[in-house]
Every structure is written in structure tokens, then in C-alpha cells.
Design a protein around this ligand. Structure first.
Ligand code: FAD
Length: 479
């Protein structure tokens, strides 16, 4: 059995979004604005009523790409109101020295530390306020019948099962997506899930009296230790959400989750490797054993749609590891593109060719999702074991000098990804050239004062300009 091509006016189209996470909730806002009837089914209880389980709070660095989608939805200001600007990374050495690496070329370029839970709550409320959206909580989708566009749903509160059919189904159910799983099982399409041999564990630094910050407020703190690290992001209330990234099993004798089995071992580990942070953590030993250990996966699959009826968006289509801080930003950029395509494909009689839209969406986004997935893995290595090395520091300082001297022609890869809308695939390709240029210029010098700027100009014109095609910073930002 198979269903017909979807030819319905938007206002008569009933869409089901599976998952009321960041992607699903923001998507609902955009669809409701088009007059579509939206039902979101969400496996978890309503987080605006129930508290988030411990150790799963997560802070996000929301940057240009994410902000553009929020702006389009009229939500940028409300989200930024409770964010904390992060001007750069503050690196903490084993011997408790710190060094600051700015993110941008000046103070106008920074990241925004945002609580994922609070962001999600705001988006859910915005979706509900949009008028045609209903969120059904405690509803777990267990299967999708692609022949009839019918979902099998388990009501987790009442322990009952039922089925419901929709015109369109959009899977925004995260990295372990059930919709993706059912789609690939039925079609045999490729789906690769690459798990990192690392886990993460959340720790907290509490606010001081009157909401003061125990550490520098406007930075992302990193304690890089070669094969493992801790990062800390500031929260609006004066606390920090910290994340320990550690191998599950020891690599060449390194600390690992499987070695940290006793209170004594954990306390020793923190005191030896993170002496300046240890005293600030709230109950580090108890937290270490009580909080869950999260896993990280890169998901690649193709295509992201099934006929003109089902689409995957956000982590469900392309989960990435968190080390570039771009998972949600990329998912939100999906929505900006999706929203633009809705405008492009909608016809005067309020119907549209969903298959054509889905195919163009895949074509536009897939190469970029693959690129940010690759860069996220590369950034893992950079944050973990390069940020403290002298050659790396010299190269980053050289990038800053080049950004200042050639503002219309040069930007670091980090800046391109974070502060512009340059397609991720272009950022990745430019990054290779940027490394080459900076590597050449830094050979045999010890300080950025010795940089040969004439040679830099020649290399940038000859090698980088053709890749960026004049798209550096402001030109891109104003697009
Ligand atoms: C430690 C860490 C740090 C990160 N830092 C950053 C950062 O700094 N910047 C950034 O941009 N990104 C970051 N990310 C990535 C970001 O969290 C994700 O990319 C983002 O949450 C993806 O949103 P989503 O809505 O697609 O998926 P999710 O947030 O996973 O939401 C999926 C939703 O679907 C629901 N669901 C799942 N299965 C079902 C089902 N069968 N039926 C019904 N509902 C279901 C879930 O309950 C959930 O509500 C980080 C991630 C981690 C783990």
C-alpha cells in the first residue's frame, strides 16, 4: 500500500513533529506561522513543570548561525537576555597559570553561553503561543509505517499504545532518532553512527554570595590535559556548568572512566590534574558518581527524507560531537534554510511541492552538515591537547594579526564558523588553506612581531581568496 502525493493547502496540512527539543520546538514556530496544524509528540514530561534530571543541564554556545534563526522567529532578544557573553577561551595549565585566547578579532565577536533547558522551555512556549501547535508530552514514538504515514506511539504516563496518521512527519527526535531508525530499516539507506571512545560527565561550580562568579565570568574555561579535559561555561545566575571529557578506557595509561571507580581515585584525579578548579566544584566526588556519563556520536545518513512525507532535521539527521559548539547552531541553520525554501516553493494556491523542497534541502544542507561533523572532531583534538602548546599559541596569535591587517580578506576558521554564515563546507576547505598559510608564515619565527606581512598578503590573495570568493565577515554577515 502506498499513499498519494501530498497536495493540500498548507492550512489544511497536519504535520507531526517528533521530539520537542530545540529543533522541533523552533520548527513548530515557523510552521505555525504558515498556518499549518502542528502536533508535537515528545517522549519526556514537560520540562517547564518537571525538573531536568541531574547531570543533563548542558550549556550551549549559541553563535551567529543559531542567532539568525532565533531572530527570524522573533526570539533572539529574549534568549540573549539570559545569556552570558564569552569573549574567548581561558586556558588553565596544570601549574595553575592561565592564558586568554580571544575568540574574535575585537569585542564585537563573542559566544553566548545559554542554558539548553531554559532555551528549550522558551521555544516550547513560543511554539504553543504560535496558535496552531499542540505539544503532547510523555508520548514515545516507537515506529513509523512509511506506507501509510502512521506513527506507533506509546503513552508513557498511561502505559497505553495507539496509532496516528499525519500528512507530514518531521523527525526531530535527536541523535538516537526512532524516525531515522525506521526509515533506514525500511529503505536500506546508509546510516553510520560513529561513537567517540570518550564520555562526558557534568560538574557544577555554584554561584558565590549575591550571584558572584567564582571564576572569570566572560570566558569559556578550559583545563586541557592531553587526552582529557574539563570545560566550564558561565550561567546567568553566577554558577558554571562544567563538563569533564574523559576516555571510557585508558589510553596509554591515561586516566579514564573505567579507572576512576573509587572515591579515592576520583579525588586524587581532580586534585592532581585540576588543582585550581577542584576547590570550586560542588561536591565533585558525589557528583561524579551520581551524574550519568553521556556518550557522543557522529551520525551520517542519506537522504534525510522519505518521498514527500517524512523529513529528518537537527541531530536526528546529523548529530555531531560537541567540540565546535555547533550542533544546535547547525540545527537552527537547517531551520533558516528550511524556512527560506518554504517561501521559495509555496505556490499562489497555498500548496507546495514537498518532494522538490526536501530534495533541495538535502542538497543544500548535507555537504555542510558533513563538513561541520568533520571540523567538530578536529576541534576535539585541538581543545584537548593543542591549546596549551607553544606552536599552536603562536599560530593562533598570528591568525589574530592577519585578521587585523587583512580584515576583508582573512578570517580564522573558527571565526568563519562562529561569526559568519559562510557555508560550513567552505569553512572546512578554507581552514586547510589557512593552516597552510599560517604554518608557512610561522616557520622559523618565535613571535608574531616577526611575521612577514608582505608575504602574508601574497599568500592570502593567491590561496585563500579563491576559496572564500571575497566572502569574509561583514559581507557575509550582512547577507
Ligand atoms: C555536552 C554537550 C555540549 C553541547 N554544546 C553545544 C554548544 O555549545 N553549541 C551548540 O550549538 N550545540 C551544542 N551541543 C549540541 C546540542 O545540544 C544539540 O545539537 C541539540 O540539542 C540538538 O537538538 P535536537 O532538537 O535536534 O535534538 P535533541 O536536543 O536531542 O532533542 C530531541 C527531542 O526528541 C525527543 N525524543 C527522542 N526520541 C523520541 C521518541 N522516540 N519519541 C518522541 N520524542 C522523542 C527527546 O526527548 C528530545 O526532547 C552540545 C551537546 C552536548 C551533548
Amino acid at each position: 500500500m502506498s499513499i498519494d502525493k501530498l497536495v493540500k493547502r498548507l492550512k489544511d496540512t497536519h504535520v507531526c513533529i517528533v521530539g520537542a527539543g530545540l529543533t522541533g520546538s523552533l520548527l513548530a514556530v515557523f510552521l505555525a506561522r504558515r498556518g499549518m496544524k502542528v502536533t508535537i509528540v515528545e517522549r519526556r514530561p514537560d520540562m517547564r513543570v518537571e525538573t531536568i534530571s541531574a547531570g543533563r543541564s548542558i550549556n550551549l554556545n549559541i553563535t551567529r548561525r543559531g542567532l539568525r534563526a532565533l531572530e527570524k522567529a522573533g526570539l533572539e532578544a529574549v534568549i540573549l537576555k539570559d545569556s552570558v557573553p564569552m569573549m574567548g577561551r581561558l586556558i588553565h595549565s596544570r601549574t595553575c597559570e592561565t592564558s586568554f585566547q580571544p575568540y574574535g578579532r575585537d569585542d564585537s565577536e563573542y559566544g553566548n553561553s545559554v542554558s539548553r533547558g531554559e532555551l528549550n522551555k522558551t521555544l516550547m512556549t513560543a511554539a504553543e503561543k504560535a496558535g496552531t501547535v499542540t505539544i503532547k508530552f510523555n508520548q514515545r514514538v516507537t515506529n513509523i509505517d512509511l506506507d501509510t504515514n502512521t506513527l506507533s506511539i506509546q503513552n508513557e504516563a498511561e502505559k497505553t499504545n495507539y496509532e496516528e496518521s499525519f500528512d507530514l512527519i518531521i523527525g526531530t527526535d535527536g541523535s538516537a532518532s526512532q524516525i531515522r531508525e525506521s526509515m533506514t530499516r525500511k529503505t536500506g539507506n546508509p546510516c553510520q553512527q560513529d561513537y567517540l571512545n570518550y564520555g562526558y560527565k557534568e560538574l557544577t561550580i555554584l554561584p558565590g554570595e549575591g550571584g558572584t562568579f567564582a571564576l572569570d565570568k566572560n570566558v569559556l574555561h578550559i583545563w586541557p590535559r592531553g587526552l582529557y579535559m574539563i570545560i566550564a561555561l558561565p550561567n546567568f545566575d553566577g554558577s558554571f556548568t562544567c563538563t569533564l571529557f574523559l576516555p571510557y578506557e585508558s589510553i596509554n595509561g591515561s586516566p579514564s572512566f573505567d579507572k576512576l571507580q573509587s572515591e579515592h581515585a576520583v579525588s586524587d584525579f581532580f586534585k592532581t590534574d585540576f588543582p585550581d578548579a577542584y576547590g570550586f566544584f560542588d561536591k565533585p566526588i558525589e557528583t561524579f558518581f551520581e551524574n550519568p556519563t553521556g556518550g557522543m556520536v557522529t551520525v551520517t545518513t542519506k537522504p534525510w527524507h522519505y518521498k514527500d512525507r517524512v523529513l529528518l532535521l537537527g541531530d536526528a539527521a546529523h548529530a555531531i560531537v560537541p567540540f565546535f559548539g555547533q550542533g544546535a547552531n547547525c540545527a537552527f541553520e537547517d531551520l533558516t534554510v528550511f524556512e527560506d525554501l518554504l517561501s521559495k516553493y509555496i505556490q499562489s494556491d497555498d500548496v507546495l511541492d514537498w518532494l522538490a523542497l526536501f530534495m533541495e534541502f538535502d542538497e543544500l544542507r548535507k555537504p555542510n552538515a558533513d563538513a561541520i561533523a568533520q571540523m567538530a572532531i578536529e576541534n576535539f583534538i585541538e581543545m584537548r591537547d593543542k591549546v596549551g602548546q607553544p606552536e599552536f599559541l603562536l599560530q593562533k596569535a598570528a591568525e589574530k594579526v592577519l585578521e587585523k591587517n587583512f580584515p576583508d580578506k582573512f578570517a580564522s576558521r573558527y571565526a568563519l564558523v562562529t561569526f559568519t554564515h559562510t557555508p560550513y563546507a567552505v569553512c572546512r576547505d578554507a581552514g586547510v588553506i589557512i593552516d597552510e598559510i599560517v604554518g608557512t608564515l610561522c616557520k622559523n619565527i618565535n613571535s608574531v612581531d616577526e611575521l612577514d606581512l608582505k608575504k602574508a598578503a601574497e599568500l592570502i590573495d593567491a590561496k585563500l581568496a579563491p576559496v572564500l570568493k571575497g566572502q569574509v565577515r561583514d559581507q557575509v554577515l550582512s547577507s
